[in-house]
Design a protein around this ligand. Structure first.
Ligand code: GLC
Length: 519
């Protein structure tokens, strides 16, 4: 690989990255009073994240936005929306995070802007405006109607094109009509987007999570999707070769900065072999989200296959990532159906080889909120996992105004205050896992070998020099006798909290996962 380096691996190899959805994390008394979280709210809770043991935070967008897609429709990439605070608040948050040893990465929404962005307002103003070519405009199809059959994300069978009466042309949007796609074949767009990246790098961020970044390059012919893909959102299939050159340029820009700035791309192609291509020759994305595991049911054979795909496709080209949760999908506790499984999933996630991403609230074992149609906000139906984090047991749960979405179930018990006071809680399980991980070179960066210990159980060994661990996950609801090979082991972390520090009995309880350490 061209990007191969000598010396110690970069920080993001060994980091656990914690995603914060600013609207739902925490508000401050100086905030908007609208029940929406803010940057100062995040800053006030940094000590909690240090206590938990994560290494970095990723902030979903806090930029100026009309909020059609809750911040993923950006109208000014280089300013903070007043709902979340100010640039001064951001600087304070960044400085305080760094002072605590926490890295900060921010979202970079590169595929589209808001339809209220000054670029698009100008583009739309006339077919000859200065910014017209910054977006993707086409005449109607010969018989009338959209230029091709591409479908937008969200909603059923929504065209990815909206007609602009004023100029009698359609503009392309892979997401909402309020999120027109920018035209990356236009050099001025490339430069403007690089300007955004530099703006935040100069401010001191440690890197970016690049939104829908596989979609920025488009087939210039804009051909119809073939019948087998017609009807699927184009944002989940767009995979044009031109994107790779664009990513190499962004990568070169990042690499000019000191301090291992990272770019992790949201490559929303549900095919690990395709995701792998976005690492390039070690010269594109440092990390790419690989979503097939997130969509895999809690089932041992399916999971073994996911691990195998990562081994086969990602490992030869780059460092893997593991994601079980984010602001776009039902939480693990909701998907897998029980806290026991959510706990086992935490062991799985933090025991695999690669950089794990945690979504704020999973450490509390939160379930998605039940959002009645009258309370719904998101056109994509993703409100449930975006419910506010309950910090305290009291009726306001640590918030200064009624939050914008209903609480997740059971907030008087499932809140930071109550779970921190209970050593048997899932929150403490996460903390023990993060502590164990940090202390073990094998868990952080070691090799990984999948074992076949028992039906319904997935296990693997990790090794780095003399340091070794075994992770075993029981996907079944029955106790299993597990053979992890020779040696004597003690239970370092167990998802049910039982037997920790004791000799490993070789039996794994129903829905239980363990980290084993040699005696
Ligand atoms: C990404 C984000 C999602 C957003 C979309 C459009 O998939 O994760 O929340 O709606 O991009 O920006």
């Amino acid at each position: 690989m061209k990007g191969e380096r000598t010396g110690p691996p970069p920080w993001w190899h060994s980091a656990v990255i914690y995603q914060i959805y600013p609207r739902s994390f925490a508000d401050s008394e100086s905030g908007s009073g609208k029940g929406v979280g803010d940057l100062e709210g995040i800053r006030r809770h940094l000590d909690h994240l240090v206590w938990l043991g994560v290494d970095a935070i990723w902030l979903s967008p806090f930029y100026r936005s009309p909020m059609a897609d809750f911040g993923y429709d950006v109208s000014d990439h280089c300013d903070v929306d007043p709902l979340f605070g100010s640039l001064a608040d951001f600087d304070r948050l960044l400085a305080d995070a760094h002072a605590r040893g926490l890295r900060v990465i921010v979202d970079w929404v590169a595929n589209h802007t808001s339809d209220r962005h000054p670029w698009f307002l100008d583009a739309r103003s006339s077919a000859t405006s200065a910014h017209r070519r910054w977006y993707v405009w086409r005449d109607p199809a010969p018989g009338g109607g959209p230029p091709n059959n591409w479908r937008a994300a969200f909603g059923k069978d929504v065209p990815a094109w909206t007609f602009d009466e004023g100029s009698a042309q359609y503009y392309l949007h892979l997401f909402l009509a309020e999120q027109p796609d920018v035209n990356w074949t236009e050099r001025a767009v490339v430069e403007a987007m690089h300007g955004v990246v530099s703006f935040w790098l100069d401010r001191g961020v440690d890197g970016f999570r690049a939104d829908a970044v596989h979609a920025i390059g488009k087939d210039p012919a804009l051909p119809d999707d073939p019948p087998e893909r017609a009807g699927l959102p184009r944002s989940s299939t767009n995979d044009d070769p031109s994107t790779h050159g664009l990513l190499r340029e962004v990568r070169r820009l990042l690499d000019r900065y000191p301090g291992d700035r990272v770019i992790v791309g949201e490559v929303y192609l549900l095919d690990t072999a395709k995701v792998a291509t976005y690492y390039g020759d070690g010269d594109e994305l440092h990390l790419a989200f690989n979503f097939p595991p997130l969509y895999t049911p809690w089932e041992v054979d399916a999971w073994r296959q996911r691990l195998d795909e990562v081994e086969r496709h990602i490992v030869p080209v780059g460092w893997p990532t593991w994601v079980l949760s984010n602001h776009d999908n039902p939480r693990p506790r909701t998907r897998y159906g029980s806290e026991a499984r959510a706990r086992a999933a935490a062991v799985l996630l933090l025991g695999l080889r690669g950089t794990p991403f945690l979504y704020a609230g999973d450490e509390l074992g939160l379930e998605d909120a039940l959002v009645e149609p009258a309370q719904a906000h998101d056109p994509g139906g993703r409100d449930g996992c975006r419910a506010p984090l309950p910090w305290t047991a009291g009726p306001d749960h640590g918030w200064h105004a009624d939050p914008w979405l209903p609480w997740p179930p059971d907030p008087q018990r499932r809140n930071v205050e109550t779970l921190r006071a209970d050593p048997s809680s899932i929150l403490h399980l996460y903390r023990r896992l993060l502590t164990a991980r940090r202390a073990s070179p094998a868990l952080v960066g070691g090799t990984m070998e999948v074992l076949a210990p028992a039906p319904g159980v997935l296990a693997w060994s990790r090794a780095e020099g003399a340091d070794t661990r075994v992770v075993a996950v029981n996907f079944t609801g029955a106790e299993a006798s597990v053979d992890v090979g020779g040696g004597h082991w003690i239970v370092e972390v167990s998802s049910d909290g039982l037997e920790e520090g004791r000799a490993w009995s070789g039996r794994l309880g129903p829905d239980v996962a363990v980290v084993l350490c040699p005696t």
